[in-house]
Design a protein around this ligand. Structure first.
Ligand code: CDP
Length: 224
């Protein structure tokens, strides 16, 4: 077994705005592990494409672009070509564009190595759609974190308003349903509950409860 494979990974997958990023980041902090927000990679790639005039359906050009992405994470901030883009990639338009390019299989394959490079000692907590199924199939713990579309829309609404963006709750519910359908029905790495993954339904659950549940499962697995 290579060294990388002995480094534990906790993979938290789930639909848009389920709160998996918040939970994953807190679990990572609690365990002293690294954290990878894989959605940010898709968002930055889409943002860079729009910035450079690359069409979102031009797969070869997107693959070429992904190979030269100058991307750096520093805490909660994300840098593209040395410029902070954390807020710019969090808009709903950037999320939609990310979801569109995320359906392209060659682009997903091109981004695998970049994501796997985040697996460093003492461990990694990561969130996305295919962390447990494709990127880290040997993850020690796999969690599928979800909530109803209405609850997720409320969470996203709060997040956008707090960042000073305009938002409409009905439009968000509609957008989430469309994104869910696209993520679940695409042929490349569709979002689904993996065999062996723990289902965490968080509609009526506090963040602390969700974090403690994930850490509890990790410890139960005998790795804590
Ligand atoms: O906020 P939301 O959960 O929608 O987005 P995100 O996690 O930042 O990811 C943005 C988009 O990238 C999602 O809508 C997915 O289509 C895509 N994505 C993916 O396909 N695979 C991942 N591992 C992460 C994100």
């Amino acid at each position: 077994m290579s060294t990388a494979c002995t480094i534990p990974v906790i993979a938290i997958d789930g639909p848009s705005a389920s709160g998996k990023g918040t939970v994953a980041a807190l679990v990572a902090r609690e365990l002293g592990f690294h954290y990878l927000d894989s959605g940010a990679i898709y968002r930055v790639t889409a943002y860079a494409a729009m910035d450079k005039g690359v069409a979102l359906d031009d797969e070869p050009a997107l693959v070429a672009l992904s190979r030269v992405l100058d991307l750096r994470f520093d805490g909660a901030e994300v840098y593209l070509d040395g410029q902070p883009v954390g807020d710019a990639i969090r808009t709903e338009a950037a999320g939609r564009a990310a979801s569109q390019i995320a359906a392209l299989p060659d682009l997903r394959a091109a981004l695998l190595e970049l994501q796997r490079a985040f697996r460093k000692a003492p461990g990694l907590v990561t969130d996305g759609r295919d962390m447990g199924s494709v990127v880290f199939p040997d993850a020690r713990l796999k969690v599928f974190l979800t909530a109803t579309a209405e609850e997720r829309a409320k969470r996203r609404y709060k997040q956008l308003i707090e960042k000073g963006f305009d938002a409409s709750l009905p439009a968000l519910v509609q957008d989430l349903r469309e994104r869910d359908a696209r993520d679940a029905n695409r042929s490349a790495a569709p979002l689904r509950l993996e065999a062996g993954a723990h289902l965490l339904e968080t509609t009526d659950m506090t963040i602390t409860h969700a974090v403690n549940q994930v850490i509890g499962w990790y410890r139960e697995a005998g790795q804590g």
